[in-house]
Design a protein around this ligand. Sequence first.
Ligand code: T1G
Length: 692
Amino acid sequence: MAAINPVAELTIDGEVATVTINSPPVNALSQSVRDGLKRGVEAAAANEAVKAIVIICAGRTFIAGADITEFGKPHAPPYLPNVLDLIENASKPVVAALHGTALGGGFEVALTAHYRIAVPSAKCGLPEIKLGLIPGAGGTQRLPRLVGVEKALDVILSGTPFGAREAKEWGVVDELAEEGKLHESALAFARRLIAENAPLKKVRDRSDKLEPARGHPEIFEAIRKANARKFRGFEAWEKAIESVRNAVDLPFDEGVLKEREMFMALLATTQSKAQRHVFFAERQTAKIADIGPDEPIRPIQSVGVIGAGTMGDGIAMNFLAAGIPVRIVETSKEALDRGVAIMRRNYENTAKKGRLTMAEVEERMGRLAPSLDFGALADADLVIEAVYENMDLKKSVFERLDGVAKPGAILASNTSYLDIDEIAARTKRPEDVLGMHFFSPANVMRLLEIVRGAKTSKSVLATIAGLAPKIGKVGVVVGVCHGFVGNRMLAERQREAMKLILEGATPWDVDRVIVDFGMPMGPFAMSDLAGLDIGWSAETSKRSTIREILCEEGRRGQKTSAGFYDYDEARNAKPSAHVEEIIRNFAASKGVAQRKIGDAEILERCTYPMINEGAKILAEGKAQRASDIDVVWIYGYGWPVYRGGPMFYADTVGLTTVLDKLREFEVKFGDDFKPAPLLEKLAAEGGAFSKP
Ligand code: T1G
């Protein structure tokens, strides 16, 4: 064995050389990995005793892609395309031995080898689209040559890895190795290639799989149409289609050059920088400043949920899907039966879409134990309260729970706004209490705001932070304040949206601007979806706000087929002239001057106060880092990932620009726009939220 460099070694077993890369955590194609590959393959190729070369990785995975931390920095040789050329033009068979996740540039390395062997658990993929990129090292040229353009574009546009067995069926992988015996299988495979004097199979020389698409541009048009809605606002996806089309229309070398040009251009875009920011931001959230990796955590093997309403059902489904039994309690049989039926129906709908088998539906439902007995929560390791958003009710539930739950059980509230410390104070164990704020629909939205109370213990916080990914959530630790992080910032937008329609904009103008920005829906469509009557009471309502007027008229949102919008039976929204008249009359009664409001002002007034509130949240320590706030908005509200989240977006606009506009609005519209001191400080220093 000879060390090539700190992350690569060369071993010779008879006539077979093995280049082993060992660069934790994922063998990303850093400069040293590229150097190790290059020098290892060169040394093996120059060694006359060597008749075949295996490329393999130590650790948990084959190369998982380019080193994303190197993007945007000066690129040091050896450059990946040159390393790939060396592998593909080696004079001896090169075998790539795959385990873990051979992704992006890692899969592109494997595609330049002449043969590929993999353990069944291995996965291959080209996830560059998730970073606002396209494969930049031949992936759009080689994969279609192996599997055809449709399958290649499905892999590239979805960014979803595919398994080794599928890869074998598709002809991407030549051999499947026994699990845990990859290297020895690769050596045996290489020896067989030598014995058979096997050809040097270069993927670049293949063209049979491209034939069906040759002269059929309509194939690409159909793929473009099929993806347009999903990729609304994104840039990279059309380049991916163009590059795969080049694989059909252009000679290989030209196609590779054009792919590289498109890749380099996308690398420099704000969209890609935003998506790379989110990649790392999402992985930062689990790091809690004052809690180390060795903080003891409590086993969560059974969960109790209080309340079988929309939220309780969704919450329970997350745990059932993760294999954790749930005891769900309600106060009435009809509420309990309704909740259980809704969970079953949700699962059966998923099964109808082919994403679950009926056996899995029964398995999950089999883990659910509905009960009318509050005492049934006694042996749960974690109990999550999901009752109506009323502080008195929640306090009484926690008082009762304190007397029922076993010692050491974690007691969580799903409250969206309320003070966790006040709730915790109603128990004798405030150190075991925290907030777990799920976002509706709780079994779909990936965000979990983990609300840290003043007395929440480190082990409780570490336990729930570690539990989040196990139930498919991205957990973000937030502090106790009204609305925590997401809803506190949302309130800023909702306030401005309501003011804008009083001043002359229509709800549909505001929603259009926010949807064009990239959000899944605008503030008024969102209010209609949630229901305008949340917290509204017919007894006390006195037409004092537009919302009260609409609720009093029975226009309570989608559920009444009318809110700000009118809805047909398929819940398609249509602007309502009647609502516009209500708004104009209400504005007149308040003496609010009407004016034409441009799209730019609508966008600035709906986003800059959110950014300003985010700055206050950071200064108060209610979020650990600006990128956590970005993650909250991307996974809790659908902020477009290609804009990186509100705080990253502020950096792309420029903090001075945001600050100047806030100051202008403060003069025009008052204190709602008073700039946060942290924003003023960062702007003055030429700083940014995403560069702490
Ligand atoms: N570069 C740098 N660091 C990476 C990385 C990468 N490609 N992938 C993961 N990490 C870090 C990650 O930040 C975390 O760090 C640790 O590894 C574990 O990751 C030329 C240009 C491989 C499926 O997009 O999908 O190739 O927080 O927590 O859940 O055409 O990481 O521990 O300090 O996610 O087991 C294409 C991205 C790049 C793959 C493992 N490749 N990575 O998941 O662990 S572009 C990707 C993943 C490219 C070519 C183009 C996942 C994973 P820390 P983790 P995991």
